[in-house]
Design a protein around this ligand. Structure first.
Ligand SMILES: Cc1cc2nc3c(=O)[nH]c(=O)nc-3n(C[C@H](O)[C@H](O)[C@H](O)COP(=O)(O)O)c2cc1C
Length: 136
């Protein structure tokens, strides 16, 4: 299998049902052997998706035309040797105040703006918020 990792950011559009979206993402991703994490606040999404290149490419096509968000910008689409987010079919992570320190460490300005991320800072941010997800 050709394993790839996709990282992108986008801007939330109104009328978003996060419960519905997380159910859809988790069901689909289990089916296609995709894993990852989706962090969001009221304005932005940043998502990492790992899996076979065909499945990830198919999702990417859907994402570009999904009316629930806009301004999709790809930060990374790379071949990788292993999964770093393999325990989650798609974990939704609200970026609340308890994560502020992690957010500020990786943000250029004073607020969370994922469009300021580079490929590397995005990945280290996503790695850093993993403990908050597992509760460790
Ligand atoms: C921010 C965001 C993240 C999403 N993440 C996923 C995902 O991880 N997996 C997925 O299948 N769909 C995800 N979607 C939904 C897709 O854009 C698309 O609606 C879905 O893949 C279509 O599935 P269907 O063909 O079963 O209707 C996401 C949508 C948004 C707006």
């Amino acid at each position: 299998m050709h394993l790839v990792r996709l990282v992108y950011v986008s801007t939330v559009l109104a009328d978003l049902d996060l419960n519905e979206l997380s159910k859809l993402a988790q069901t689909n991703n289990l089916k296609h052997n995709l894993s990852g994490l989706l962090a969001f606040d009221r304005k932005y999404f940043i998502q990492v998706v790992e899996g076979g290149r065909t499945a990830v490419s198919g999702l990417l096509a859907n994402l570009f035309s999904d009316p629930r968000h806009k301004d999709v910008v790809i930060l990374e689409f790379d071949y990788v040797d292993k999964r770093d987010f393999g325990q989650w079919s798609m974990q939704f992570v609200p970026l609340d105040t308890s994560m502020k320190q992690t957010i500020f460490k990786h943000s250029v300005g004073k607020t969370f703006d994922p469009y300021g991320f580079t490929k590397n800072s995005a990945l280290s941010f996503l790695m850093d918020i993993r403990p908050a997800v597992t509760g460790k």
